[in-house]
Design a binder for this molecule. Structure first.
Ligand code: ADP
Length: 214
């Protein structure tokens, strides 16, 4: 099963992708994570992406499509994938159709996670993750059960993203509305789009996604 999770930054795509990985063995393909890894490793892709990511803008289509194309050649994608944060522009969506056709991969579902702006800004402003296992936390809504200790893996090391600050969040939202939101119409017109309520709590969103996927 191969699916796309669509929605603004902070909609909860990463959280649900991680749950789908645990529950269904799907592989999470987060272009944000791949690009952050490239930045950390100082590769040419990372060098090209670093400044624009920090500001909250979108990395160029060619770079991102190249990253995804290479990733789709890895054998583990046969388990099924969740596209998280890709495609983010119409050009990326067209490129993905072509890549999937060329590689013989079928797209089963495009799931829109709908939320509202005030909520995403508040979610992003307070969020952080375990540096070791990636479990997500939030200053207000989800602190670890034992303060300073990850519930999942026991690590005491946490991190916040460089672009989770007020200015970059505004730029990211603007990029979402200008570049990414047209994809909702694009997949709707193709008869592929289904929506879940991204404002519901994490388990309820998971149930709604499960009901769609069967
Ligand atoms: P968000 O929580 O904002 O959805 P991501 O981790 O998906 O965060 O992406 C972080 C940043 O990485 C984006 O703001 C953008 O600069 C870059 N990025 C990730 N995916 C893409 C993409 N498909 N196209 C262009 N830029 C991307």
């Amino acid at each position: 099963m191969n699916i796309i999770l669509l929605g603004p930054p902070g909609a909860g795509k990463g959280t649900q992708a991680r749950m789908l990985t645990e529950n269904r063995g799907l592989v999470q393909l987060s272009t944000g994570d791949m690009l952050r890894a490239a930045v950390a490793a100082g590769t040419p892709v990372g060098k090209a992406a670093d400044a624009v990511m920090k500001s909250g803008g979108l990395v160029g289509d060619e770079i991102v499509i190249g990253v995804i194309s290479e990733r789709l050649d890895q054998p583990d994608v046969k388990q099924g994938v969740i596209f998280d944060g890709f495609p983010r522009t119409l050009a990326q969506a067209d490129a993905l159709e072509k890549l999937l056709a060329d590689k013989g991969i079928a797209l089963d579902s495009v799931i829109e996670m709908s939320v509202d702006d005030e909520v995403v800004v508040a979610r992003i402003a307070g969020r952080y993750t375990c540096a070791k296992c990636g479990e997500g936390y939030h200053d207000e809504s989800k602190q670890p059960k034992t303060p300073g200790v990850c519930d999942k893996c026991g690590s005491t090391d946490f991190k916040r993203r460089a672009d989770d600050n007020a200015d970059a969040v505004k730029t990211r939202l603007l990029a979402y509305y200008r570049e990414t939101s047209p994809l909702i119409g694009y997949y709707y017109a193709k008869g592929r789009l289904q929506s879940v309520d991204g404002l519901a709590d994490i388990d309820e969103v998971e149930r709604q996604i499960s009901a769609i996927l069967g």
